[in-house]
Ligand binder design. Structure first.
Ligand code: B16
Ligand code: MG
Length: 222
């Protein structure tokens, strides 16, 4: 393994809670029950697809114009939450892992479905770690399609099989696996059971794991 591709929301920063609050606000307005469990399916999924899922849950059909206006409304609420973000929102031990890889000159990319990824990275001061950022403004097919990670690998000048993906979403783990990349889940093992390795958070990821993974010739067969 030669390069790392990090997801953003739920891996580097806990913006999943802000996405949840913004979707919940819209769901309440539309009279659609929406729980934290429902939000799991929205993780790693594009904004547009999330709204389609929400409207399916409420069995609501809308015009294109109304759809666009709800998308904008949700994003405006979300932007209010992320406006005040700073380095204090970086999840525990993320910086430790990023520095470990940077010190060893391991190339790193960001692979996020979010169209807000670049400003968020800037706000928390982590932009310099990533040699390339592939975000929701640059991909056509949303996770679980592997497009975002395949673009990231090619920009790192690596083969998919040489890349490790770190993800918190089922859709993201599926995307990494389809791409033939080594998938590392951050979160509950029961949710991310398709990942090659799972950690509750980065505090559980020891340097020995990173050393081992960097020595791997290829993704092990399960
Ligand atoms: P935006 P990731 C994803 O980011 C989030 O997990 C997902 O919940 C969100 O809907 C998606 O970004 C789009 O975000 O509305 O900011 O464009 O996890 O792929 O970094
Ligand atoms: Mg995520």
């Amino acid at each position: 393994m030669k390069g790392f591709i990090f997801d953003l929301d739920g891996v580097i920063v806990d913006t999943a809670k802000y996405h949840y609050l913004a979707w919940k606000q819209l769901a309440d307005q539309l009279g659609i029950p929406f729980t934290i469990q429902d939000n799991e399916k929205f993780k790693g999924v594009s904004r547009k697809r999330c709204l389609e899922l929400l409207l399916e849950m409420g069995d609501i059909q809308v015009s294109e114009a109304q759809f666009e206006s709800w998308l904008e409304e949700k994003n405006a609420d979300y932007l209010k939450y992320i406006e005040t973000m700073d380095a204090s929102e970086i999840l525990p031990d993320v910086s430790k892992v990023l520095n470990y890889l940077k010190d060893r000159n391991v190339p790193m990319a960001l692979g996020s479905a979010s169209k807000n990824a670049v400003p968020i990275l800037k706000k928390v001061g982590l932009s310099e770690y990533f040699s390339t950022v592939v975000d929701g403004t640059q991909v056509v097919k949303a996770k679980p399609d592997p497009e975002v990670f395949l673009i990231a690998a090619s920009r790192l000048d690596l083969l998919p099989g040489e890349c490790v993906v770190i993800e918190d979403a089922q859709a993201g783990i599926a995307a990494a696996n389809t791409a033939g990349m080594y998938s590392v889940g951050i979160g509950e093992a029961e949710v991310l059971y398709e990942a090659d390795a799972v950690f509750m958070d980065f505090t559980e990821m020891q340097p020995s794991f990173l050393e081992e993974i960097l020595r791997l010739e290829s993704k092990p067969h399960k």
